[in-house]
Design a binder for this molecule. Structure first.
Ligand SMILES: [Fe+2]
Ligand SMILES: [Fe+2]
Length: 266
């Protein structure tokens, strides 16, 4: 079982004056090209939010155009930079509700995948409220003990980067309690932080995928200013092999092809 994860692509309308620190659209095009060239293709690609910068219909059209060449099916979730109405129009997903949250649950092979929409309109922070708690508990019950992965935009933990944590998930403790009450959640995968990191929530390994655009500067000083950095664009490959789930990061803008060293393992 192989799944890819793309996040925080922030596709932008070139006609607007949005301040871009890298070429967001070109970076997604490069990521799609690299992903399509993976020798083993993923069975699905998780897109964990902030797929556009402002959620406009123009940006959603540009996003659709850039994602169109992907060889594997896309499972998409909105982030705080997206807009539910345009997002719903752009992706054909079994959305959980008519309007309050675009969560979904699908099966990929023997894996149950729950996409939890944490968007809170008008805020950069996310929300796990009573309605979503009830929905998640039901979705987990419907998994009937099968291995289940949860994808979400806002990470349910503090990163230690204070200005990013001001946009945290409200209700994260309740989310952790729901997960801790289960035994079949195998991984939780998130976006939003524009920086790869890993922790444990409710006993489950929880990771954040690198963004395809700029990254957040790693500065754990509580007084750190808002700073970003042009780290390489990346995506993740979550691979279930003989020993469990292993998450790889593919950096895609180094421009360097792989080389075959003359070393031998014998
Ligand atoms: Fe983002
Ligand atoms: Fe975000």
């Amino acid at each position: 079982m192989l799944l890819a994860q793309l996040t925080d692509t922030h596709i932008a309308d070139p006609e607007t004056d949005t301040e871009l620190l890298v070429d967001n659209n070109a970076r997604l095009a490069a990521a799609v090209e690299r992903l399509n060239a993976e020798s083993v293709q993923p069975e699905a690609i998780l897109a964990t939010g902030d797929m556009t910068d402002n959620g406009t219909a123009v940006e959603m059209d540009l996003l659709a155009e850039l994602l169109e060449p992907l060889r594997a099916p896309l499972l998409a979730l909105p982030g705080n930079h997206d807009v539910r109405e345009t997002f719903r129009d752009a992706f054909d997903m079994p959305w959980a509700t008519e309007d309050s949250h675009l969560s979904w649950a699908v099966d990929v092979g023997d894996l149950h995948i729950i996409g939890l929409d944490t968007l809170r309109p008008g805020s950069h922070g996310g929300l796990f409220d009573e309605e979503r708690r009830r929905w998640l508990v039901e979705a987990l019950a419907a998994s009937e003990g099968r291995p289940t992965m949860i994808a979400m935009h806002h990470p349910p933990f503090l990163s230690g980067i204070h200005w990013m944590d001001s946009m945290r998930l409200e209700g994260a403790e309740d989310f952790a309690d729901v997960v801790a009450a289960t035994s079949n959640v195998v991984r939780i995968v998130c976006g939003h932080l524009h920086r790869p990191l890993t922790t444990t929530i409710g006993g489950v390994t929880t990771s954040v995928c690198p963004s395809t655009i700029h990254h957040v500067e790693l500065n754990l000083d509580p007084a750190a200013p808002i700073e970003v950095i042009r780290d390489p664009a990346g995506y993740q490959l979550h691979h279930r092999n003989g020993s469990g789930w292993v998450s790889h990061i593919r950096y895609i803008d180094t421009g360097e092809p792989p080389v075959k060293p003359r070393w031998s393992l014998s």
